[in-house]
Design a protein around this ligand. Structure first.
Ligand code: HEC
Ligand code: HEC
Ligand code: HEC
Ligand code: HEC
Ligand code: HEC
Length: 217
């Protein structure tokens, strides 16, 4: 057999292997599935904060630009606003109005969901001061997107070339409760790596490798 044919066959076998593994990758390992939408300890709405209030994703997930993990915001980040906003604005206004009519001082309004935030921080929402009788605790948000341990993923590499969060997480700014929008299978990753390397991302050339060692240690 000629040397050229040998090389062709080897390349062909390599491509077939990759196709087979990509197909295998479509059948997902046990873990969270596309559509997974767990209940959270506080009904935090991305539709409200990222959609209506137009907050930047990186305000709360700044790790996505600078490290492997996007990370979740600390409760103290929420307090930038929630030391003032203790309930939906409409409810606070309604109480102000009732107080005005009744010629009495307005009562503080603290919503049930935000009370859970103050409880986690062990602070009194009305004074903003720590409650000495209580211990702060972390808010145990349910994890939604989870890759198996043997897969390497890095947010920074994707976010810095201009790939939108929505490419992998869907329209989070319209979600009342976050769900896993995509499959996150190996086929999902590799399809985009192939497409990006041939078409570029936002007009720029990128090298999104499909070598096994890119994503597997
Ligand atoms: C005000 C802070 C805040 C902003 C702004 C924000 N998020 Fe979040 N995000 C959170 C919190 C808190 C959680 C955990 C609770 C939950 O899942 O809702 C979270 C969870 C997530 C998750 C799921 C994490 C997991 O467990 O897999 C994704 C994905 C996400 N956010 C993406 C986004 C995107 C995309 C944007 C911009 C469109 C955004 N977030 C804006 C606070 C924020
Ligand atoms: C190329 C796909 C992709 C893009 C783009 C992407 N993510 Fe992710 N994200 C993932 C995957 C995959 C995971 C699960 C990672 C794991 O299990 O190690 C994840 C996990 C998360 C989590 C859970 C906590 C963490 O750090 O693992 C948050 C929050 C999050 N992403 C937010 C964002 C935000 C905000 C953006 C845009 C600035 C973004 N992601 C862009 C794929 C992506
Ligand atoms: C930039 C300001 C800002 C930040 C930061 C912020 N929020 Fe909010 N949030 C608001 C505003 C404003 C409202 C009230 C909107 C309305 O009038 O309904 C609100 C409403 C809420 C509500 C709904 C209250 C109810 O009872 O209906 C919850 C729950 C909430 N936020 C949780 C959080 C959590 C948890 C964080 C941190 C991860 C956070 N917020 C960060 C501005 C913010
Ligand atoms: C929307 C397209 C897209 C998706 C989906 C995607 N990637 Fe990527 N990925 C890229 C691009 C583009 C690059 C190359 C960036 C560059 O040139 O610096 C890349 C680079 C990488 C790198 C190299 C990082 C480094 O530090 O050099 C790893 C690892 C990676 N991706 C893993 C994954 C995994 C795992 C998934 C699936 C969970 C995934 N990617 C899904 C587009 C994507
Ligand atoms: C762009 C990232 C990426 C590349 C490149 C990649 N994989 Fe994967 N691989 C994944 C992800 C993500 C999973 C987890 C899929 C899941 O949980 O469904 C995975 C899972 C696997 C599994 C577990 C079984 C399965 O199909 O779920 C094997 C085996 C595997 N990969 C082998 C390979 C081999 C061999 C190569 C090189 C030909 C390769 N991978 C290249 C991302 C990648």
């Amino acid at each position: 057999m000629s040397r050229a044919l040998n090389i062709l066959l080897a390349v062909g076998a390599g491509l077939a292997l990759l196709a087979l593994i990509t197909a295998l990758g479509a059948a997902r390992l046990p873990g969270h599935q596309q559509g997974y939408t767990p209940e959270q300890p506080i009904e935090f709405s991305h539709l409200l904060h990222a959609g209506e209030l137009k907050m930047d994703c990186l305000y709360c997930h700044h790790g996505a630009e600078s490290s492997r993990h996007a990370g979740l915001p600390a409760a103290s980040t929420c307090m930038n606003c929630h030391q003032f906003v203790t309930a939906p604005i409409a409810e606070i206004r309604a109480e102000d109005q009732r107080a005005l009519v009744a010629e009495r001082p307005a009562e503080p309004v603290v919503s049930t969901e935000l009370a859970k935030l103050y409880d986690a921080l062990a602070i009194d929402p009305l004074t903003g001061l720590p409650l000495p009788s209580r211990d702060p605790h972390t808010i145990r948000w349910e994890k939604i997107h989870v890759l198996p341990d043997f897969v390497y993923f890095d947010h920074r590499a994707h976010v810095t070339v201009g790939i939108d969060c929505a490419a992998c997480h869907g329209p989070v700014d319209s979600m009342l409760r976050v769900r896993q929008d995509q499959t996150l299978t190996m086929g999902f990753c590799i399809d985009c790596h192939r497409r990006s390397s041939s078409e570029g991302v936002a007009g720029l050339d990128v090298n999104a490798s499909t070598d096994c060692s890119t994503c597997h240690y």
